[in-house]
Design a protein around this ligand. Structure first.
Ligand code: NAD
Length: 464
């Protein structure tokens, strides 16, 4: 089958490569000329394991093409997938201008039946707007041409996108006609030959399913972070709690990791958009509002720990002494904020999660901005996100070539993204490089005893 995918970002490029891998002829379209020129040469704009090889293989095989112009191919394709961005508008709602632009181009240029598939995450009701937009353009041309709409939200995870797309848990498809249902079945059959798990439903429910899934996952993250913060106050260990509840089959063990909150291009904007959709309908999503609040606060948790640590030292107390509980927290905090001024802080990990160079809504940006505001000098290292980070942080921080150069002369080290290469550093070497041996582990990947034995003070999330 011949298809076009408009928007060649994470979702569009991965979808395009995977559809081509399974035999479809795919035209990936984007308005970003530089991106398309690079892709035509086999240069991939994002870091995603396995993607580069797959793109190059399918280009060579003559099944995957890149172009900036959708118009000349519209009459050659049976379906067009819309995978453009749907960023947050100022009021939190999803901005649909890119989606509707694609719909307009289709309406202005189609001369035969086409299936318009929305893959972007869009609020319930968007398909009606897309229908209206295409129809208006056809009316202007005085044409009556049949077309269908489908909603096919994407559930891939950055960092595991190829695996998720090639062997999905399920594919959700909202359709309004048998013709659309048949086309979508044919397209997805190769992915699910052994166990066909395409869940067909109406379009509004498909659009809503995507938001409900992301909202549920964001809720689990904020819930665990809330419990983790309480664990610290009551002397419990969140890692134990996670094991204890994750083994309950009703709960399951996924998305129970405490940390610095969720980030990335999806959860923050999708939670916001769902709250806004409800608000527009006169309903308040109270749980999701709390999920957002907890998440915003969580990004600052490690910074607060750092301030308190140096506050304790400034007040001439031992940082791990229990008697410190008697000093009012405010006094420690004020002393800490003064004490961290001029300190050098090493940061390991910048991307919003491992296996991606995506920096959108990454906790690292919030933490680093706060450190800079407090007068710290910041040395950063990430295995793949350095170029993306430079676009956001410019020359406000020092970019280092590896974990060792980042740790050089540091008064504290913060682990913000749990890349595999950070898991087993040689602590004896790190200790020699650092000025003050203290680790703030924002992802709970280290063992306190091992670090204490190596001469470090260690602070993590959800364990006092
Ligand atoms: P992205 O920002 O990486 O890519 C979007 C691309 O669309 C950009 O390259 C942009 O240049 C292009 N574009 C914009 N307008 C265009 C137009 N009129 N014609 C052609 N190209 C155009 O976005 P993304 O992360 O791939 O997300 C796309 C959609 O998929 C969003 O709605 C997002 O919420 C959803 N989604 C993303 C993920 C993810 O992990 N990134 C997962 C599931 C769903």
């Amino acid at each position: 089958m011949k298809i076009a995918i408009v928007g060649t970002g994470y979702v569009g490029l991965v979808s395009g490569a995977c559809f081509a891998e399974n035999g479809s002829e795919v035209f990936c379209v984007d308005i970003d000329k530089q991106k398309i020129e690079n892709l035509q040469k086999g240069i991939i704009p994002i870091f995603e394991p396995g993607l580069e090889e797959m793109v190059q293989r399918n280009q060579k095989a003559g099944r995957l093409f890149f172009t900036t112009d959708l118009r000349p191919i519209i009459d050659d394709i049976e379906a067009v997938f819309c995978a453009v961005g749907t960023p947050s508008d100022e009021d939190g709602s999803a901005d649909l201008k890119y989606v509707l632009e694609v719909a307009r181009t289709i309406g202005q240029n189609m001369n035969k039946y086409i299936l318009f598939v929305t893959k972007s995450t869009v609020p319930v009701g968007t398909s009606k707007l897309v229908h209206k937009t295409i129809q208006e353009e056809l009316d202007k041309r005085g044409l009556s041409i049949e077309f269908d709409l489908a909603s096919n939200p994407e559930f891939l995870k950055e960092g595991a996108a190829i695996k998720d797309f090639m062997s999905p848990d399920r594919v959700v498809v909202g359709v309004e006609s048998e013709r659309a249902k048949n086309l979508m079945s044919i397209l997805y059959r190769p992915f699910l030959l052994n166990n066909f798990r395409v869940i067909f439903m109406d379009v509004a429910s498909a659009e809503m399913t995507k938001y409900a899934a992301n909202a549920m996952l964001a809720t689990r993250i904020s819930f665990m972070n809330d419990i983790a913060n309480l664990c610290e106050l009551v002397g419990a260990d969140i890692n134990m709690i996670r094991n204890g509840i994750g083994t309950d089959t009703r709960i399951g063990n996924k998305f129970l990791y405490p940390g610095l909150g969720y980030g990335g291009s999806c959860f923050p904007k999708d939670v916001k958009a769902l709250i806004k959709t409800a608000h527009d309908k006169g309903y308040q999503m109270q749980i999701l509002e709390a999920v957002e609040n907890v998440n915003d606060n969580q990004k600052m948790v490690l910074y607060h720990k750092l301030v308190r640590y140096f506050g304790h030292i400034a007040l001439n107390e031992k940082a791990r002494s229990a008697s410190l509980c008697e000093i009012p927290d405010m006094e420690i905090y004020v002393a800490g904020e003064a004490a961290i001024k001029g300190k050098t802080i090493a940061i390991w990990g910048l991307s919003f999660k491992p296996e991606t160079n995506d920096m959108r809504k990454a906790a690292s940006v919030v933490v680093i901005e706060k450190l800079l505001e407090a007068g710290c000098h910041v040395r950063v290292y990430d295995p793949v996100a350095m170029d993306e980070a430079k676009l956001l942080l410019n020359d406000s921080v020092e970019y280092c070539k590896d974990i060792h150069s980042a740790a050089l002369g540091a008064d504290a080290l913060m682990l913000l993204t749990e890349w595999k290469e950070f898991r087993l550093p040689d602590w004896a070497v790190i200790k020699k490089l650092m000025n003050i041996p203290v680790i703030f582990d924002g992802r709970n990947i280290y063992n306190r005893q091992e670090l204490n034995d190596a001469g470090f003070d260690y602070h993590c999330i959800g364990k006092a």
